[in-house]
Design a protein around this ligand. Structure first.
Ligand code: HEC
Ligand code: HEC
Ligand code: HEC
Ligand code: HEC
Length: 208
């Protein structure tokens, strides 16, 4: 084998190694029946099924989404010092989280149940992770990130370099729940995309 091929293979191994570092297994987002710690386990065996479906998924939601989402009843954040546009309802990437975290829908209420479980089993609701339908007391979401309108904000490119991810909107420029949170990985606690030591997550966007 040529040296450059060996190097390319080695690089591939490194890349795939780091990709497998996500740790949803055993986390609070692992609702599979095999997860007994922390007592999050429900009745289905799978992990992904509680959020994703390989077929007949919900269109216009988060990728291959397996849960009903709705946007009607939310109260969005507002204040006198807001300079950017906040949408009148949560956009799909936040509605996805709220399909559990608003406490309205049962965790195990799915669009496509796996083959062996054709009977819907519902009744398990979010508990301490409740965000609710009143989002006026939560950090703004579905807000169009426009640092040009406020000197207190860093550029989107710098925020992305610090680990933030933007969704939807023209040029994928909206702050959604998954901007700050990595739903599949609890390495930093609270499913945060980066550790928030010394408010480093906040300072990825805010210049204070
Ligand atoms: C608790 C809900 C939840 C569970 C469980 C879950 N996901 Fe996701 N997933 C999401 C949400 C919300 C998004 C969109 C936000 C984002 O991209 O970070 C997403 C995005 C994705 C994406 C596209 C973006 C990316 O990160 O590559 C893939 C692929 C994915 N999920 C695969 C999986 C697989 C495979 C599993 C099971 C091992 C799984 N997910 C379990 C909620 C979940
Ligand atoms: C399938 C339902 C479901 C979806 C969808 C979901 N979650 Fe959760 N999440 C849970 C459950 C269950 C817990 C555990 C807390 C509880 O039971 O009240 C939790 C816990 C959390 C926690 C606290 C974790 C910890 O251990 O400290 C955060 C943060 C969180 N979720 C954020 C999100 C975000 C952001 C999204 C979307 C990107 C999302 N969740 C989507 C069900 C869900
Ligand atoms: C601007 C960043 C940011 C956005 C946007 C955001 N969160 Fe969080 N979230 C955090 C941080 C930081 C924490 C950890 C707070 C702590 O540890 O005290 C947190 C904690 C949580 C928790 C744990 C329980 C709690 O109250 O501390 C849940 C559940 C949660 N977020 C869900 C969501 C959902 C759902 C959305 C979208 C509606 C969302 N978050 C949007 C930054 C964010
Ligand atoms: C991904 C970028 C981003 C991150 C990370 C972020 N914010 Fe924000 N924050 C925003 C945007 C955008 C707004 C809306 C600004 C506007 O319209 O003026 C906002 C608004 C706020 C507001 C309300 C300002 C007002 O005028 O009412 C506060 C307070 C705030 N953020 C605090 C925090 C804290 C604390 C953290 C860390 C836990 C954090 N933010 C993380 C982007 C971010």
């Amino acid at each position: 084998m040529k040296l450059n091929k060996i190097l390319a293979l080695a690089l591939l191994l490194v890349v795939s190694g780091s990709a497998s570092a996500l740790t949803i297994v055993g986390s609070n987002h692992d609702l599979s029946s095999t997860n007994t710690d922390p007592a999050a386990g429900l009745h289905l065996e799978g992990i992904c099924v509680y959020c994703h479906s390989p077929h007949n998924a919900v269109v216009g939601a988060a990728p291959l989404w397996n849960r009903t989402t709705y946007t009607a009843s939310y109260t969005m954040y507002d204040s006198d010092t807001i300079d950017m546009t906040i949408q009148s309802a949560p956009d799909p990437y936040s509605a996805a989280c709220l399909s559990c975290h608003d406490g309205v829908q049962a965790l195990d209420s799915l669009v496509n149940l796996p083959y062996l479980y054709q009977t819907a089993q519902t009744g398990n609701f979010i508990s301490w992770g409740l965000v609710g339908e009143d989002l006026s007391n939560d950090h703004p979401i579905s807000v169009v990130y426009n640092p040009a309108s406020d000197a207190g904000f860093d550029t989107q490119a710098n925020a992305e370099a610090d680990g933030m991810v933007f969704f939807t909107g023209t040029g994928s420029n909206q702050v959604e729940c998954a901007t700050c949170h990595q739903v599949h990985d609890n390495e930093h606690g609270r499913f945060l995309r980066v550790a928030n030591d010394a408010s480093s997550l906040c300072l990825a966007c805010h210049i204070k």
